[in-house]
Design a protein around this ligand. Structure first.
Ligand SMILES: Cc1cc2c(cc1C)N(C[C@H](O)[C@H](O)[C@H](O)COP(=O)(O)OP(=O)(O)OC[C@H]1O[C@@H](n3cnc4c(N)ncnc43)[C@H](O)[C@@H]1O)c1[nH]c(=O)[nH]c(=O)c1N2
Ligand SMILES: CCCCC(=O)C(=O)O
Ligand SMILES: [Mn+2]
Length: 520
């Protein structure tokens, strides 16, 4: 494999006299270098920068390289078949498929380490594949290379029921984990709806309906085994460590949470578990307006009710939900609720929430006490993407994902609805409103590119509004390909620059999931 790198090993001072060399460098790097120059000229930075242009990435995986992969993982575990590459070249979102050159099915951390080293030595892109349920094009192979499918590493390594934690390999999904530990009386509650791999959930910092009570992946990962770009294997909190707290040095665990396959490959995760609640009660309540539904949410949170789920669906989402999942709910802005605790605590939470909802003109409360009813309700809620996609045959889901401080949520949702009306766009709204997080669902039909342009513009406006209101352009789906241009607006040039320094330190050859997170 040829190394086509055009390493620009430049000190900031030499850059000052070499500005014309920036022409071959991608736009982000140009901006970054210019900013570094500016800081340097003001005497604020003594950093020695080492940039590689994006040209550094090899474009083709040769036959010889594929043979090398086969010699590591075995012939049966490498595929160059178009159908397999196609299946690994897209997630569940609207982003168009971009194929890897080869797909490798790793069976052990040793496989992952050797494949990473081979790719690094040959400067071949390497894209970790969890279970492919992402919504921001995270696994698309934008520069070809090797897709590393780690879904077959399916061991639950240990369950420490007395400490409420467990360690799983990269292929274990949250559904599989919860079936495995059912008899212990424990469960892993973080629930993105899709049956994603636990390590993939670490990689995207996933959350979903239960996060309002149990937190997101960030709060629930204690340690991870990670393979770095050069094949080094490390434990982010030290091997075999699983204490609830640590102040030992930098928080490497949370550096890798949400890194979207750009810093390393997560091969094991040690996560927190929770007792299955003694009593669980779910309910649905409808409101005359969005404002009243969201005001109810804010007041419930401000009263400190330890609610387990509080999900908003607007009338368009309820309509899609009814049609797809054969419910007959009132088509109105609604909240889906769930309470966990002892029977008396659930009763207490129920009374407070009922009172608040009634004050905001909530009506038609329906309570689901038995497990079958509850499961049917939440399964249908988690299938809302498919319910909305079914509204427009042949479409793919585009979902926005903003999150704001809870007190700003009513204003942001109401303004969003007005913006939708003004732009003449149809998009059901659903959200994990207890966290201030919500989505608009847009069906995307690739035969109508002008519609996609309009949706992207609307999505950007929403993200800017959320940032203005002290929030983020992504609460849980990540940056992937879809939000790259928004990252700088959110974290500032200094924040982006710090992230790029971290990326360059961990992955100097830019082989890990190239083209993701950072602006093009
Ligand atoms: C119907 C439906 C509903 C939802 C969602 C999806 C779908 C289809 N999601 C999104 C999705 O489930 C979530 O992003 C998962 O965390 C992705 O996990 P996968 O294992 O599928 O990762 P997937 O294979 O899709 O990869 C996602 C990204 O992580 C990287 N990656 C995956 N595994 C890795 C590993 N072991 N090491 C390093 N990098 C790795 C990949 O390279 C990629 O960049 C979601 N999410 C959410 O937070 N809240 C929600 O409410 C929902 N709802
Ligand atoms: C438009 C919804 C996107 C998926 C999701 O995150 C959810 O269902 O909560
Ligand atoms: Mn969501």
């Amino acid at each position: 494999m040829r190394d086509m790198s055009m390493t620009l090993d430049l000190t900031l001072t030499s850059l000052l006299s070499n500005c014309d060399r920036l022409q071959g460098v991608n736009m982000f790097s140009q901006k970054f270098i210019r900013h570094a120059l500016l800081l340097s000229s003001r005497g604020k930075s003594g950093i020695r920068c080492r940039f590689r242009s994006t040209q550094a990435i090899a474009e083709k995986v040769t036959d010889g390289f594929v043979e090398d992969l086969r010699s590591i993982v075995g012939k049966a575990n490498v595929s160059t078949a178009e159908a397999v590459r196609d299946q690994h070249g897209h997630d569940e979102s609207y982003h168009e498929t971009t194929l890897p050159d080869a797909v490798v099915f790793a069976q052990s951390v040793e496989h992952v380490s050797k494949v990473a080293k081979l790719c690094n030595d040959n400067v071949v892109p390497l894209i970790p594949f969890g279970s492919g349920t992402g919504l921001e094009g995270g696994i698309n192979a934008l520069k070809g290379g090797v897709c590393l499918d780690i879904s077959q590493m399916k061991n639950v390594i240990e369950v420490n029921a007395e400490d409420f934690d467990c360690t799983v390999e990269s292929g274990v999904t949250r559904g599989e984990l919860n079936s495995y530990i059912r008899d212990t009386g424990l469960n892993f509650p973080v629930d993105p709806g899709a049956d994603a791999s636990v390590c993939g959930m670490c990689a995207t910092s996933a959350s979903g309906t239960n996060a309002v009570r149990y937190g997101t992946m960030r709060e629930n990962v204690l340690n991870m085994e990670v393979v770095l770009a050069d094949g080094t294997v490390l434990w982010t909190a030290g091997k075999n460590k699983r204490s609830r707290k640590t102040s030992a040095g930098y928080n490497l665990t949370n550096l890798f949470v949400g890194s979207e396959g750009t810093l390393g490959i997560i091969t094991k995760a040690t996560i927190r578990l929770y007792g299955i609640p003694e009593a669980t009660l779910s309910a649905v309540v409808h409101f005359p307006s969005i404002q009243e539904a969201v005001d109810t949410t804010v007041q419930v949170m401000q009263c400190g009710v330890p609610i387990a789920r509080i999900e908003f669906l607007d009338e368009a989402a309820i309509d899609a939900f009814n049609k797809y999942s054969k419910f007959d709910m009132k088509v109105a802005p609604s909240l889906f609720l769930e309470f966990h605790g002892s029977p008396s605590s659930v009763e207490e939470q129920k009374e407070v929430v009922e009172e608040i909802a009634k004050m905001n003109n909530g009506s038609n409360f329906k309570w689901a006490t038995n497990a079958d009813e509850r499961n049917r309700l939440w399964k249908a809620r988690h299938e809302i993407v498919y319910a909305c996609t079914a509204l427009v045959p042949g479409s793919k889901p585009y979902s926005t994902d903003v999150c704001v401080p809870i007190s700003n949520l009513p204003a942001v949702i109401v303004q969003t609805k007005e913006m939708l009306k003004k732009e003449n766009l149809v998009g059901p709204i659903v959200g994990h409103v207890g966290d201030g997080n919500f989505h608009i669902f847009f069906p995307v039909d690739h035969d109508h590119p002008e519609a996609l342009t309009k949706i992207k513009a609307m999505s950007e406006k929403m993200s800017l509004l959320a940032m203005e209101m002290h929030g983020t352009c992504t609460g849980e789906h990540g940056i992937g390909m879809g939000k790259r241009e928004l990252l700088e607006k959110e974290v500032g040039i200094e924040g982006l620059r710090a992230m790029q320094i971290v990326k360059n330190a961990f992955d100097p050859n830019q082989i890990l999931n190239p083209g993701k997170i950072f602006p093009v």
